[in-house]
Design a protein around this ligand. Structure first.
Ligand code: ZN
Length: 363
């Protein structure tokens, strides 16, 4: 693994090792012994040795950083009123987005009530206050975008007896989770479901496994708003390992599919703002660049180079060395273009390249 290679103590350790080595070399010269002079030989087995050739300056996984790259002001987002703890944004006739600048829910008001999509535990305690700003009607329906607790775990606290709608895979995963904060759906579907309440419509559809089985597209046709959670991150580097996509090729297909949908506003479930088609196209372009860089690195990296010959009988070590160097090349290839364009680029670029090389090798 790449841990510790840029750890602050390394330079210090290397310096003291080097001064210590002078005495050892002098002694060994007297005794007629050959002395290994590379830093690799200085490190004890299992400890970090010298960095790989062309190591990027962005800290690898496991290394502490003193300060991350600054987030562009355009991606810091409109402030959240600290007294409220949320920001409410109208997206079109009766459709609202609620955010704490980290998580996002939407709700849709209709003649006799309100439809809520997702209730992240961090946001759920304030969701009713947000709804009360624009409607005094009860929550009649809840839609789960997917089963993950960080988006669904506040549904239990909303109270009432709403109709709960989700994909059948989400029901299966929630039945397994046995979490009272994520009550089981009362209505499930396989491919499509049209939710009509009063004069409002939400079109729910399933497009296969990407982030998690059961993760659906939620489209409000009149408001031309599409919500897909944990897949596209407007203005930002996707969360680590392509947002923990359970199927990386499926994830790539799904982002391409989102780019073709007829929306004007995109809600991703995270970050401070809603997105546009341009945000989706930008993320797809970034992903395709990572894919091309990792594919090229897999082809052009020699197995076993920069490796201690002592480890040649250890296949795990051989693959780790190869994969690390593929990832180093991948990070170096995509950084000049994308580092200035995506907020949080430095935080997860190593994760994306690791996930990409793995998917290309085994999927
Ligand atoms: Zn998720």
């Amino acid at each position: 693994m790449l841990q510790h290679k840029h750890a602050p103590w390394r330079a210090e350790t290397k310096r003291s090792l080097r001064s210590g080595m002078i005495g050892v070399v002098a002694l060994a010269a007297c005794l007629g012994h050959a002395i290994p002079t590379t830093a690799q030989a200085q490190a004890r087995p299992g400890e970090a040795g010298t960095a790989y050739k062309g190591m990027p300056s962005l800290a690898p996984i496991g290394a502490r950083v003193d300060q991350n790259l600054p987030v562009p002001s355009s991606e810091v987002g409109p402030a959240v009123d600290p007294a409220k703890g949320y920001r409410l944004q109208e997206l079109g006739r009766g459709l609202y987005m609620v955010t704490d600048n980290a998580y996002q829910s939407i709700f849709l008001t209709h003649e006799t009530g309100v439809i809520v999509v997702d209730a992240p535990p961090s946001l759920a305690p304030r969701l009713k206050a947000a709804i009360a700003e624009v409607s005094s009607k009860p929550i009649t329906h809840v839609v789960y975008s997917h089963a993950h607790v960080d988006h669904a775990g506040g549904v239990g606290s909303l109270g009432g007896r709403p109709v709960i709608i989700a994909h059948e895979e989400t029901k299966r995963l929630l039945a397994r989770a046995k979490d009272p904060n994520r009550p089981l759906p009362t209505v499930t579907f396989k491919d499509r479901y049209t939710l009509k309440a009063g004069g409002q419509v939400l079109e729910l559809s399933y497009h296969g496994v990407a982030h998690q089985p059961g993760n659906i597209f939620i489209y409000a046709p009149e408001q031309k708003t599409l919500m897909v959670v944990d897949v596209v991150f407007p203005g930002w580097m996707p969360w680590r390992r392509f947002a923990l996509a359970q199927d990386v090729p499926g994830y790539f297909e799904q982002v391409a599919q989102i780019a073709k949908m007829p929306f004007e506003t995109f809600v991703g479930g995270h970050v401070s703002r809603v997105g546009t088609r341009a945000d989706v196209v930008t993320q797809l372009e970034f992903m395709n660049d990572v894919k091309a860089a990792a594919a090229n690195a897999l082809k052009t990296t020699a197995f076993g180079a920069e490796m201690n010959p002592v480890d040649q009988s250890n296949p795990w070590a051989g693959f780790d060395n190869y994969i690390d160097r593929v990832v180093v090349q991948c990070v170096n290839t995509v950084s000049p273009k994308w580092q200035p364009r995506l907020a949080g680029y430095d935080v997860y670029i190593w994760d994306q390249c690791f996930a990409m090389e793995q998917s290309l090798r085994i999927d």
